[in-house]
Design a protein around this ligand. Sequence first.
Ligand code: NI
Length: 137
Amino acid sequence: MTETGVSRISISLPLELLKEFDESSRQMGHEDRSKAIRAAMRSLITESMWTREERGAVVGALIIVYNHHVKELEEKLTDVQHHYKHVVASSMHIHLDEGNCLEIIAVRGESREIRNLAQKLTIRGVKQLKQAIITPQ
Ligand code: NI
């Protein structure tokens, strides 16, 4: 079957990730996997657009999950935050389990600086980084 403007792709991913993805998308009411993947892709594109856009003052949080066992990772993440202390308002550290830590970094300031900070925090051992950014009125 040929559908104009539609690409069929093949991707490799861990089985467990796929199971979790299917379960989550079912719970969010997506009818099928293709639709769920489209929604996830749009969400990634929106996030990426934020990181490219130039804006003024923002507030929000950077949320990261990282591997607790990666050597010197915790020190590196702390060093980066010290370097960006002009936009880091506060941070909270949660020990998730034996191997994972969650860190919530409250940010306030120039969006460009916060984008730079997010980029610097994306280092080996950081499994996920979410940016929850609000433009204050
Ligand atoms: Ni921890």
